[in-house]
Write a protein that binds this ligand. Structure first.
Ligand SMILES: Nc1ncnc2c1ncn2[C@@H]1O[C@H](COP(=O)(O)OP(=O)(O)OP(=O)(O)O)[C@@H](O)[C@H]1O
Length: 576
């Protein structure tokens, strides 16, 4: 509960910085404000003509006709104003969603160590809706309501200044109750949004891993996990539902104000300070003012209710993006890869401490070592997916920190451990990230070399065959072959592979390795491997253990020195 009713931590500074970046549709918002101001003035006329009618003045030309005309006009403007408000909300939603999506893609991988990527789903869907509501239903609405209040009070003041002052004196009652309710609403809605994000994250993760859940018979357990998250969300929604009691409380305060307003007006009418028409018009204006003030209570609770969502989105926008353009454009990477005194930690866990390593250019190097020794991390550091916390990474003696990430990464082909594909066609997936024009012959050649061409020919739609969500219609080996075809088409001088053939059959592996040898003749290949067949392709070996290099050199040297390599390669590998 502390979380619900505790101190709110919304930061309006970061919120306004976020709005600056969001490029709000200011012209549309201004047009909406202008139309709403027009509606206020037309509404004043409607109230005045209504008062004339109540007072018994039914002259067709001067009262009835203008009353009908202004009423119709007021309804028309009101419809246009609602449509404009919805258009503004849609535009604000779109702009902020685009901005957060761009941030999601540009945030460094480091950000996702601490924050769950799947929680971004509810940031981009639910939280953003709360923000557009805040802008239109609070900030803009406060402006338009304030205008209506001033104009209406001015009108009452034109009847009698004292009447206006008496009315102003009874107004602040609403604000006290609104303040208390707003505090509670903030806590509850923050909790609702948080529980929603957790539920989204859990469902996205579990539905992605249904195979694993089924094969280990964990249906009941995961059912429970999902249900617990739903229970958490449900409880917070129930708490939110109880806040519905705020409405009768506002109504009670409104009714008390109404009694005071009528008594004040009545005494002015009795003393002769107001005519009958003015007394009736005063009543209409006073009701309008109370409605406006009730609306202020709603603005306040909406404002407090959206504070949690606002804070989360604003915090994301404050995070540093990876600047992929900054730095020198590297035309052509070449030379040995060198790690000099490199430090790197995952959160508090130090993995590399002053690591020194040279990976020779133009050779096929295997990076081997027990699980968790840091092989994938080393590949990621060399590709600059994570910044090092100390030391340097050099290519051909040049510090890579001076190159722009965009140009630097485009010089390396990387076949990752998972070989994830995106929903779409085989062709789209192979050409993903290939920035040059690729001819059909080249595409077929790369697929033949990656041993996937026969499979593509078997598909009725060929290259246009759909791979399914995350490539689910393909086998693990087929996905790896597609990733290989893509890497070959990239034509880089550096090829990194992280257990990139682990899912392939023995014959397929051999074929793919022959293609790699052919394509990468004289170029640099760095591969992480656990199996003898793959490690044997290498002509240089690096052995890692617990974030340290424990041995490196020609296969024969490493065979003589290192037990891990000897056990991995077996007696057949001797003398290589
Ligand atoms: N994102 C992460 N956050 C925190 N710790 C991590 C993260 N990724 C890896 N680690 C830790 O860093 C260490 C090295 O991991 P890494 O994936 O580099 O090992 P590896 O040698 O490639 O293992 P494997 O052969 O099993 O793929 C491990 O102890 C791992 O738990």
């Amino acid at each position: 509960m502390e979380r619900v009713f505790g101190k709110d931590r919304g930061s309006m500074g970061s919120f306004f910085r976020m709005l600056q970046k969001a490029r709000l549709p200011y012209l549309w918002i201004l047009a909406y404000i202008a139309i709403t101001a027009l509606l206020t003035n037309v509404g004043i006329s409607v109230t005045e003509y209504t008062a004339e009618l109540f007072a018994g003045n039914v002259n067709f030309g001067t009262v009835v006709l203008p009353f009908l005309a202004f009423t119709l006009l007021s309804q028309l403007i009101s419809s246009v104003s609602k449509i404009m408000s919805n258009l503004c909300v849609a535009r604000i939603d779109r702009n902020i969603r685009k901005m957060i999506w761009s941030k999601t893609v540009r945030l460094p991988l480091r950000y996702y160590e601490k924050n769950k990527p799947k929680e971004m789903i509810s940031r981009i869907t639910t939280d953003i809706t709360a923000i557009s509501q805040l802008i239109m239903q609070v900030f803009v609405a406060i402006l338009t309501s304030a205008y209506t209040l001033v104009i209406t009070l001015g009108k009452i003041g034109s009847y009698d200044q004292k009447l206006m002052i008496a009315l102003i004196a009874v107004l602040p009652l609403n604000l006290v109750i609104a303040f208390v309710m707003g505090k509670m609403k903030f806590g509850v809605l923050d909790l609702v949004n948080q529980k929603n994000a957790e539920l989204t994250q859990t469902i996205a993760e579990k539905t992605n891993n249904l195979l694993l859940i089924k094969s280990y018979g964990k249906e009941e357990k995961e059912l429970q996990t999902g249900q617990e998250k739903m229970k958490g969300f449900y409880k917070s929604s129930i708490l939110n539902a109880w806040l519905g009691f705020a409405t009768p409380m506002y109504a009670l305060v409104g009714a008390m104000q109404f009694i005071v307003i009528v008594m004040v007006g009545r005494s002015f009418y009795s003393s002769g300070a107001l005519t009958l028409t003015q007394w009736i018009a005063y009543y209409g204006f006073a009701v309008n003012i109370v409605n406006q003030l009730s609306a202020y209570c709603v603005y306040w609770t909406t404002f407090k209710g959206s504070q949690g969502a606002t804070r989360r989105v604003a915090q994301i926008m404050e995070e540093m993006e990876e600047d992929i353009e900054n730095g020198e454009h590297v035309e052509h990477l070449c030379g040995d890869i060198e790690l000099r005194e490199v430090d790197f930690s995952y959160e508090d866990k130090l993995l590399f401490d002053k690591l020194n390593l040279k990976i020779p250019a133009g050779r096929m190097t295997a990076l081997i070592g027990p699980s968790g020794s840091g092989k994938t991390t080393l590949l990621n550091l060399v590709e600059r997916m994570y910044p090092v916390s100390g030391g340097k990474i050099l290519f051909g003696g040049e510090d890579t920190a001076r190159y722009s990430l965009k140009s630097f990464r485009s010089e390396i082909s990387y076949v990752t451990q998972e070989s994830t594909l995106f929903a779409g066609t085989i062709r789209d997936n192979i050409l993903f990230g290939i920035k040059r024009e690729v001819t059909d012959e080249e595409l077929e050649k790369a697929c033949t070399d990656a041993e996937i061409m026969d499979f593509i020919r078997e598909q009725p739609e060929g290259f246009q065959a759909d791979v399914g969500e995350q490539g689910e219609k393909l086998s693990g080996g087929q996905k790896q072959r597609i990733a290989f075809a893509r890497a070959l088409l990239k034509q880089s001088d550096y090829l990194f592979m992280d257990e990139a053939t682990a899912a392939m059959d023995i014959r397929g592996k051999d074929q793919v390795w022959k293609s790699v040898k052919r394509h990468m003749e004289g170029k640099t290949v760095l591969m992480v491997a656990h199996d003898r067949q793959t490690v044997q392709k290498a002509d240089y070996i690096i052995v890692m253990h617990n974030g340290k290099i424990i041995c490196q050199g020609e296969p024969a040297e490493v065979y003589a020195e290192n037990t891990y390599y000897r056990e991995l390669i077996g007696s057949e590998g001797q003398g290589r």
